[in-house]
Write a protein that binds this ligand. Structure first.
Ligand SMILES: Cc1cc2nc3c(=O)[nH]c(=O)nc-3n(C[C@H](O)[C@H](O)[C@H](O)COP(=O)(O)O)c2cc1C
Length: 446
């Protein structure tokens, strides 16, 4: 194992907090837990057996009743999405797992795939049965080599024992999986771009409607869910909708994963019940900020930042609370920004990412996100900016909001807009003096 991988695994061991029952992550970081034998020993595929004995519609209803919402970022109710699939008409149908995980600050899916691949395969089988699809596709991020190898080996093990293939688990249900490596771009995580990429096309998002349930992979009815959503389904079936719904809040049920990075003492992935406050996540679980902090991003870099103050730290990790605060819960990737980090520099880091990842299909994103936004930041950071440039950035991001073909442009524009709202003084200081209020430090790798 390389040093880098060992370091990362060390960083996630802090996920175990005695206050919470660890469910999806129970075998993450546990040596040897990824094999089929180990999985079967701990009751693996029992939930799939139970689901296969149910009518597909009953499984959909169970997932609806659990209140499980998609963990890929948007939080759409999983059971409701499944119910959008049209009745079977003899055409192929697909369940797709979005394992492209490329949002900066997010890393929860990676460990689920590397250390517990059968949990995901079981979730895919259950989803496949619920929507009456006999083929599943796992689209795994190209850079996730270890996850790919673990999934590939797990699928081979499952096929060899009759868990995948014809008549799975001794039933008359057929189900098999295709494992597909991603094309190395963030846009491949957008569900319709992912389908294009899977089909061998350029990863441009498709126009919606039609939505994937009507015309997805190869134009066939398709349901797409995130890795964590599908892994959660196993536990909803095993322990019941009530068990899942008892955790969390009215708006946001169940378990999620706070992935904490940035200037904190103990970065890591923490399995938590929804409704936990950001104070508990950052202070209790992640060991608190390293030095004074001024802001935090609640759910990955596409989510606008919040001030690091009592009112915002006391907000619950919940879809509704984050929407009310003018941001999003996103993927749960929490990033803490220290007081002495130049916000212009920090946001340039974010802008650079989205500029690089824009697919270039639509004009607002190609010209705004990929071209002018990074240029304006480069000008400011080079000490060549003027106060009018700050106004121009603000104007540009306002015009980008809601005008592009897919949400990637919003993902770049919204955090910039919020950073201007909260820390305009830093932008103006840089424009007036030519130097940042907080000179650059290598704090991100601390
Ligand atoms: C630019 C962009 C990138 C995305 N990347 C991912 C990703 O890596 N993983 C993911 O699950 N969803 C990603 N999404 C969201 C998906 O389009 C889709 O909503 C999600 O896979 C649905 O799964 P869920 O309902 O289980 O959350 C992305 C969306 C956009 C606009």
């Amino acid at each position: 194992m390389s040093g880098a991988v060992t370091d990362t695994v060390d960083r996630i061991t802090s996920r175990r907090d005695p206050r919470f029952e660890v469910t999806l992550y129970a075998y993450v970081g546990v040596e040897g837990a990824h094999t089929l034998d180990a999985y079967l020993e701990r009751g693996g595929y029992d939930a799939a057996r139970r689901a296969l004995a149910m009518e597909p519609g009953e499984v959909v209803d169970l997932v609806k009743a659990s209140g499980l919402r998609g963990r890929g970022g948007a939080g759409f109710p999983a059971g409701v999405k499944w119910s959008f699939m049209p009745p079977p008409d003899g055409r192929d149908r697909y369940v797709v797992c979005n394992a492209d995980e490329s949002e900066p600050g997010s890393c929860k899916d990676r460990y689920l795939m590397e250390d517990d691949p059968h949990q995901l395969i079981e979730g895919m089988m259950i989803a496949g049965h619920a929507i009456q699809a006999t083929t599943g596709v796992i689209y795994v991020r190209g850079e996730y080599h270890h996850a790919y190898e673990r999934l590939r080996a797990a699928m081979e093990e499952a096929r060899a024992r009759g868990i995948l293939g014809r008549g799975v688990l001794g039933t008359d249900v057929d189900f098999d999986l295709i494992l597909h490596r991603g094309a190395g771009a963030y846009i491949c995580g957008e569900e319709t771009a992912l389908m294009n990429s899977f089909e061998g096309l350029r990863a441009n998002p498709r126009l919606k409607p039609p939505f994937p349930a009507q015309a997805g992979v190869y134009g066939r009815p398709t349901t797409i869910n995130n890795v964590t959503t599908l892994a959660s389904v196993v536990h909803v079936v095993a322990k019941g909708a009530d068990w899942f719904a008892a955790m969390g809040t009215d708006d946001s049920k169940g378990i999620h994963h706070a992935q904490v990075s940035g200037a904190v003492a103990r970065p890591g992935v923490f399995e938590v019940p929804l409704g936990i406050t950001y104070r508990e996540i950052i202070h209790d679980l992640a060991g608190g900020p390293v030095g004074p902090a001024k802001a935090f991003i609640p759910g990955g870099t596409s989510c606008p930042l919040l001030p690091f103050d009592d009112a915002h730290l006391d907000l619950p990790m919940e879809y509704a609370a984050m929407a009310n605060a003018g941001t999003m819960m996103g993927t749960g990737g929490v990033i803490v920004i220290p007081q002495d980090q130049c916000i212009v520099d920090a946001m340039y880091n974010v802008v650079r990412f989205y500029a690089h990842e824009s697919c270039g299909k639509c004009t607002p994103c190609r010209e705004g996100v990929a071209t002018w936004l990074p240029k304006m930041y480069q000008k400011l950071l080079a000490g060549l900016g003027t106060p009018e440039d700050v106004d121009l950035i603000e104007d540009m991001v306002k015009n980008l909001r809601g005008t592009a073909f897919c949400p990637l442009a919003d993902a770049a524009a919204w955090p910039v807009q919020k950073s201007l709202e909260l820390f305009r003084d830093e932008y103006e200081y840089l424009a007036h003096h030519g130097t940042p209020m907080y000179p650059a430090k290598d704090r991100w790798s601390a």
